[in-house]
Design a protein around this ligand. Sequence first.
Ligand SMILES: Cc1cc2nc3c(=O)[nH]c(=O)nc-3n(C[C@H](O)[C@H](O)[C@H](O)COP(=O)(O)OP(=O)(O)OC[C@H]3O[C@@H](n4cnc5c(N)ncnc54)[C@H](O)[C@@H]3O)c2cc1C
Length: 387
Amino acid sequence: MIFAKAAESLGYKPFPMAAANSPSPYTNPDGMQLGQCQFCGHCERFICEANAKASPQVLLYPMLQKRKGFELRLHSHVTRIDYDKKARRVSGVRYIDRLSGEEYVQPADIVILGLFTMSNTRQLLLSGIGKPYDPRAGTGVVGKNFCHQTMSGVNVHFKDRWINPFLAAGASQTCIDEFNEDNFDHSGLGFFGGGYIYSNITSGRPITKRIVPPGTPQWGRKWKQANADWYAHSFNIYVHGSWYPHRENYLDLDPTYRDAYGQPLLRMTFDIRENELRMSEYLTKKTVEIARASGATIVGTPSPRKGPYDSRVYQTTHVTGGTIMGADPRTSVVSPHLQHWDAQNLFVVGASVYPFNAGYNPTGPLGALALKLGDDLVRYAQRPQML
Ligand SMILES: Cc1cc2nc3c(=O)[nH]c(=O)nc-3n(C[C@H](O)[C@H](O)[C@H](O)COP(=O)(O)OP(=O)(O)OC[C@H]3O[C@@H](n4cnc5c(N)ncnc54)[C@H](O)[C@@H]3O)c2cc1C
């Protein structure tokens, strides 16, 4: 409410962002039930003990388990998709039962790859499906267009207002869209893209959430005092911004490091580039203007994104690309129907198919893509061909 009021005072139109948790008990059209959010503030990283978060183990698997022919095999680690390059088809997957250590071959008419952004790319590379991207020659497709999300923000501290960060609802947030992508005039700004600016209360966990004013020492009595003074009186205003692909940002197989199954790990060659640095600088300034308009006792030190890229620091988990979709097999991995250009019965779903990171968090459009894929799979099952 504080953020919304500040944003409105500057002429913006704040609105609540969609989130996957339910404010009240809810039965969906499939007859599956969600509980009521308890505002415990843990759900952005943990399972929901109130069953109020719309995740597959609550809404999907129990429903599918009632269907004849459905089987969920737990502890299965897929190591390879079997691929016949000549026939341009896959014939199934190999997986290791993590309990027995035995390898199984599962034949399949259709394989759907959905292992998360990076593992989708890695699995295609491990299985030798599609041409790996070569940044020097600019050829190949698997591993290219890997992007992150450009996050930045500023903290605000309110001496006389109780924020109570332990009463929280994960991803629920209030945001503005005026500076997202093409929603504003970019003339003379020198960058593409943008982002949404938002505030939410989440993860008030004692170790995670330590928002203290600028100048606070990082340890000792004064640090403890600042925590006691400000823990319940502070929150962040953030930017989640776009990230455009760069020729030298890509994924490939690591020549040295391997996983427990002896397979090469994925290697990320990546840095933040001029476009994202400029965009972040601009949007962070807008964020500070909202922070100042909020009437905060203290506005923290703004933190626009700086280089070099450092994967150790939390900066959202919203990575995209690597197996991108497109209209041209020479420049993309899958078709707009998520069908692999080089293996007609292989479909890839996940944020790995996004050609770039468009600013918004990935999972909403990803759900929409998965729904659309469902329709396409029905069509494919009736008439197997390139869709
Ligand atoms: C801390 C955190 C916070 C997030 N917050 C948000 C948010 O606020 N908003 C948002 O839009 N998105 C958020 N995301 C991103 C969101 O979780 C992903 O976009 C989404 O889960 C991707 O769905 P997916 O089905 O592609 O992959 P996943 O949900 O990761 O599912 C992939 C599955 O494949 C399995 N798998 C992987 N490799 C193998 C293998 N070799 N063999 C067998 N199985 C395998 C994995 O175990 C997993 O179950 C967040 C992510 C994290 C980690």
